[in-house]
Design a binder for this molecule. Structure first.
Ligand code: UD1
Length: 417
């Protein structure tokens, strides 16, 4: 068994250089399949989810080479259109390969992603949009068999919810479709804009990414390109929470503060001093954090659901009670039981959690339930009196590169065992 051992209550102080955004790299790697040539992707974090995406690319016939944080994907020859169940299961977000494989191979066969640690993960919006684009889809025995021998045709699609993954799948399928596709009520996350920038650099015509109306004019083919992935805003939020609970001071380098607006304003309301200078964001924590009455997770530009868990760990040691309302994933609060083992006072009722701040958390043996829940345990452990051991850290390895090394450099007492 591997895990982290943390001796808490050491003030964090120093700098962290953010890695590339996990949630950008995955759709961009899917997008390299639509490029009939070589894509050089810089600022790719070394994460288990990224390695899982690479395995899928290689399985489909692409050649992938990694040098440090640069991945070179040669998709000149892509023969396959089937992704085996074992690879689909390695990474929940592998569904984002669907649109890209269909665009490149005029068909795709893969297993339905099923549920995950955050609850059921329906893909109805992905499926109905692809059908609108002309794909015939047979769903049986847990397998999606998608065909469009006559090619994809641009159309108008209105999403009933601004799903990030569905927006990405539509863009990926539509870049080389015949005619124009318009997505109404599209997701506006920065990772969508990053995907569009990558595709446009390869010759695509995607306009309006970052707004709720995205227009994709189909082009014949995409060609070799080079792209640098945006910094990871959820990694940024996690380190800010980590420094804040220890009463420390941290500067994030390579950070786009505009992607973090609701997170930074919540931290300011909690009493943190935040300074932004170009791509540096500095946080100075107060002696004691204050409550924030309500934190509501929402699609971008609202408060990101992925930052909710580390923020909950932060408010568990703030003065007074704060309320979290989770509007995206129904099982986001699974981590609450583990936080309560450490002395947090959190009660949940459906999508609402009330966090009554305590003066001190205390070290305990806890286990990650999911990626961001794992990040919450690390934040809590840094705040807690005594030693915390954190198990099931494979969840954390999906989204944080060099977490232990970065925290150690900031002055944390953390070891991997
Ligand atoms: C992405 C992010 C994830 C983040 C989430 C919300 C990646 C790899 N993952 O996930 O970290 O937490 O956005 O910001 O980028 N839904 C449906 N039907 C669908 C699709 C989605 O009902 O066809 C529901 C989901 O169950 C969920 C909500 O919509 O409740 C949001 O899902 P979505 O925006 O699609 O998130 P992901 O793309 O899966």
């Amino acid at each position: 068994m591997s895990g982290f051992a943390v001796v808490g209550q050491k003030k964090l102080n120093g700098f962290v250089n953010l890695h590339g955004a996990k949630n950008s790299v995955l759709p961009i790697l899917a997008g390299t399949l639509v490029v009939e040539g070589v894509s050089v992707i810089h600022n790719c974090p070394q994460l288990s989810d990224v390695e899982a995406a690479v395995k899928i690319l290689e399985h489909l016939g692409a050649q992938v080479e990694r040098k440090g944080h640069t991945l070179t994907v040669d998709a000149t020859y892509v023969e396959g259109c089937e992704i085996p169940d074992v690879l689909m299961r390695e990474m929940r977000s592998s569904i984002v390969f669907l649109g890209a494989v269909i665009a490149r191979r005029k068909g795709a066969v893969l297993s339905s992603p099923g549920g995950c640690e955050l609850g059921p993960r329906p893909i109805d919006l992905h499926i109905s949009a692809l059908k609108d684009l002309g794909v015939s889809i047979d769903e049986s025995g847990g397998v999606l068999d998608c065909r469009c021998f006559n090619g994809l045709k641009g159309t108008e699609i209105t999403l009933s919810f601004p799903s990030v993954g569905a927006t990405e799948n539509i863009i990926l399928a539509a870049v080389t479709a015949k005619g124009t596709t318009v997505i109404h009520n599209a997701a506006r996350e920065p990772e969508i804009s990053d995907l569009a920038d990558f595709l446009n650099s390869a010759g695509a015509n995607v306009q309006g990414a970052g707004s709720d109306r995205i227009e994709i004019k189909g082009v014949k083919a995409l060609f070799s390109t080079e792209h640098t992935v945006i910094p990871d805003r959820i990694e940024a939020a996690t380190y800010l929470c980590a420094a804040a609970v220890t009463g420390g001071k941290i500067t994030l380098q390579n950070c786009v503060s505009g992607h973090l607006t609701p997170v930074l304003s919540t931290l300011k309301s909690a009493g943190c001093n935040i300074m932004v200078h170009n791509r540096n964001v500095t946080l100075i924590a107060p002696a004691r954090l204050k409550r924030v009455p309500v934190i509501r997770t929402m699609p971008y530009p609202g408060f990101p659901t992925d930052a909710g868990s580390p923020m909950m760990a932060l408010f568990s040691v703030a003065e007074g009670s704060s309320m979290f309302i989770e509007n995206i994933f129904e099982n986001r609060f699974r981590i609450v039981d583990e936080l309560n083992r450490m002395g947090a006072k959190i009660t949940t009722n459906g999508r609402v959690a009330v966090v009554e701040g305590v003066y001190n958390l205390s070290g305990a043996n806890v286990e990650c339930t999911d990626l961001r829940g794992g990040a919450a345990l690390v934040v809590a452990a840094l705040a807690a009196k005594g030693v915390t051991t954190i198990g099931k850290i494979e969840h954390i390895n999906r989204g944080y590169e060099n977490l232990v090394e970065n925290l150690e450099a900031l002055g944390a007492d953390i070891t991997r065992f």
